[in-house]
Write a protein that binds this ligand. Structure first.
Ligand SMILES: [Zn+2]
Length: 341
């Protein structure tokens, strides 16, 4: 398949053209999160011919994801695959001419700089504010533009963040309350159309930025697709000179050396527990031990252990996602009991 043919509809579009397509093919985009927004973003970036696309996600696929996470199907649920692995597989079938990197990892203060270094642009496909404030810190520090996106229920919001040129996330949303952990999506739900709309606006802005188009938006866009609301708020004057992140260069989230090791996963009703140091897990050994205590299934990427009302999914870096635990303490206790401390 010739590149000319593959991207012909895009090169015929004057604001992109042959020159813009070359820029896209030379670009490196990192997508943080491969869930609802992330799968739409990745699909758009890969089809558009971004030369290198890196997708990062810490979770595995469940049946409840299929309603809106466009890169996954029933076979992926049956196989019990991590999202980043299944997405990479699907994306390679869509476009084998570019570089696609699926990374199964929890993005946190210890690895984010390494994960986004060298990127031309970072796209927000995450599902919680704590990660977004962390992305904000890291992108400002490294001077990488990023595009915020968030959805809940039938509404969503997006805006571009260009370090040194406009407001950052903290300028717009203010200082995070209670350490930045805000749980919303698990109680309200989310419908697929708003996810597609917000991620598609993010994708269009990404293309504009990467080809250097002056029509790049400086507005915050808000859409509520159920209640027929479409609003734009101009953010040009929204930069706060005393902003902790972009005004003072104090990277609260990035420098949180004691960052959360146990986090509540928004939308999953589950906790993620991480060992203090990453460790290599031998699933055969763990399975042999746990088989006496409950039901165990595993593949190359993860091990699922079900005992009583609890479900523990263990990744090979030692990280676990625990369902059924009523609070953080119980989640930690289960980890210590079954996986080890
Ligand atoms: Zn700021």
């Amino acid at each position: 398949m010739s590149l000319q043919e593959r991207y012909s509809r895009q090169t015929l579009f004057p604001p992109i053209g042959e020159a813009g397509q070359k820029k896209l093919l030379n670009s490196f985009v990192v997508i943080v999160g491969t869930g609802a927004l992330g799968t739409v973003l990745a699909n758009n970036m890969v089809r558009a011919g971004i030369g290198r696309v890196r997708i990062i996600d810490r979770d595995f696929i469940e049946a409840s994801n299929l309603q809106r996470q466009i890169l996954f199907d029933e076979d992926d649920v049956k196989e019990g695959l991590p999202k980043a692995v299944a997405a990479e597989r699907k994306l390679r079938k869509i476009n084998s001419d570019i570089v696609i990197e699926g990374i199964v990892k929890d993005v946190n203060f210890s690895n984010i700089e390494e994960l986004i270094e060298g990127a031309n642009l970072v796209l927000d496909g995450s599902d919680n504010l704590e990660i977004r404030y962390l992305v904000n810190d890291a992108c400002h520090k490294l001077g990488i533009p990023w595009i915020y996106g968030a959805c809940v229920g039938s509404s969503g919001m997006t805006f571009n963040i260009l370090p040194g040129k406009g407001p950052c996330l903290r300028c717009v949303l203010g200082d995070p309350v209670g350490g930045g952990m805000i749980h919303t999506c698990d109680t309200i739900g989310v419908i697929s159309p708003i996810v597609n709309i917000i991620a598609s606006i993010q994708s269009a802005e990404a293309l504009k930025y990467l080809v250097g188009d002056p029509k790049l938006s400086s507005d915050m866009v808000f859409v509520d697709v159920w209640n027929n609301a479409y609003e734009r708020v101009n953010l040009e004057g929204a930069r706060r000179p005393h902003c902790l992140t972009c005004g003072r260069g104090n990277y609260e989230f990035l420098e949180a050396k004691t960052g959360t090791r146990t986090v509540f996963l928004c939308g999953r009703n589950a906790y993620q527990v991480m060992p203090f140091l990453e460790k290599k897990i031998d699933f055969t050994e763990v399975a042999a031990r746990l088989e006496k205590l409950g039901r165990v299934e595993y593949n190359r990427f993860l091990l699922k252990f079900i005992t009583g009302d609890y479900e523990i999914v263990l990744f090979n870096d030692g990280r676990a996602i625990i369902k059924g635990a009523q609070d953080e303490g119980i989640a930690k206790g289960l980890y210590a009991k079954y996986i080890g401390s």
